[in-house]
Design a protein around this ligand. Structure first.
Ligand SMILES: *[C@@H]1O[C@H](CO)[C@@H](O)[C@H](O)[C@H]1NC(C)=O
Ligand SMILES: *[C@@H]1O[C@H](CO)[C@@H](O)[C@H](O)[C@H]1NC(C)=O
Length: 302
């Protein structure tokens, strides 16, 4: 009994100590990733987490980050550097999360592939609208990025909300609309297997149909893919390049090729001012996020 009391007492003491250290730490501590409830219409019940650095720009940019299947906002936040970089550069950071742990983003339903048509894309758009309003954000500086399923969703958001995003950077995804099945969170094995091929004009037509009344500019797009990816076939790279070349009216042939750029084992192809493809040599699924390069591409850093 006494021993138990002692142990309990020690634990409580340790707890108090821990808390006071934590409090001291708070003064210089970073902000934390916090869940936001009620950010607007959210038809599929996805979750919003926000990181607002202590030193925010007067009209901050907003960066939306999307995890892969089987990930959560919290663990993707913990393994990416966007939080530390937000402390340095003063942007608002949103990590979206799928409705159930481990779920993929809905990149396959008619709803998600339609501007304000429902499902995940509508919820994500409303997270951005909420953040812009609440933190006096700069609507001309909104960006999206993600890995794998989050990369597919990055392309979907760029196609469905071209008016919202200035630039996008995706790591190992698929062209917007390629995963279409007509069902929510469907798996399109033809697309994933690299058997779905379209011309730039056909892809562009499909993208335009997601927001038919829109006549403005589409976000600048950066596409990464590894040449030994067996989860999302390596053909995805060319199909994505064709899709956005179709949108931007580019030939689809690189105007510039740079080896070991932006890093080892990567080749950067430039197709025009608004489109780059980065091909990973000996890299499977996924090409790891390069936060520094993404922020440069967005124009948050130079
Ligand atoms: C992608 O397109 C390039 C240029 O047309 C071609 O050389 C390459 O083999 C294609 N890659 C794949 C994986 O089909
Ligand atoms: C990330 O990109 C930067 C350039 O923006 C480059 O210097 C760095 O080497 C890249 N990191 C990796 C791991 O490729």
């Amino acid at each position: 009994m006494r021993l138990l009391e002692l142990i309990t007492g020690l634990a409580a003491f340790a707890g108090v100590q821990g808390a006071s250290v934590g409090t001291d730490h708070q003064i210089i501590k970073r902000a934390s990733l916090t869940q936001v409830q009620n950010f607007g219409n959210n038809p599929s019940g996805i979750k919003m987490f926000i990181y607002v650095p202590q030193k925010l720009q007067a009209k901050p940019p907003v960066v939306l980050v999307l995890h892969a299947c089987a990930w959560t906002a919290g663990n993707f936040f913990a393994t990416t550097k966007y939080g530390q970089l937000a402390d340095q550069h003063g942007y608002v950071l949103i990590y979206g999360q799928t409705p159930t742990d481990g779920a993929c983003w809905d990149v396959s339903s008619t709803q998600t592939l339609t501007h304000d048509g429902g499902s995940d894309s509508t919820g994500l758009a409303n997270m951005v609208r909420y953040a812009l309003q609440k933190y006096n954000g700069d609507a001309s500086k909104v960006y999206v990025t993600g890995e794998s399923s989050g990369a597919m969703m990055t392309q979907v958001m760029s196609a469905v909300y071209p008016d919202m995003f200035a630039a996008a950077s995706e790591f190992s995804g698929e062209p917007a609309g390629c995963f279409y099945t007509g069902t929510v969170r469907g798996w399109n094995s033809q697309c994933a297997g690299g058997q779905l091929h379209k011309t730039p004009a056909e892809w562009a037509k499909q993208v335009h149909a997601m927001y038919p009344s829109y006549t403005g500019q589409y976000p600048r797009m950066q596409i990464y893919h590894g040449d030994v990816d067996t989860t999302l076939n390596i053909a995805s790279f060319n199909e994505s390049i064709k899709e956005w070349s179709g949108i931007f009216g580019y030939s689809g042939n690189p105007t510039k090729t740079q080896a070991n750029n932006p890093g080892a084992k990567l080749t950067r192809y430039t197709y025009g001012d608004r489109l780059q493809g980065i091909w990973g040599h000996g890299i499977g699924h996924v090409v790891p996020t390069n936060e520094t390069e993404a922020l440069k591409w967005f124009g948050i850093t130079s």
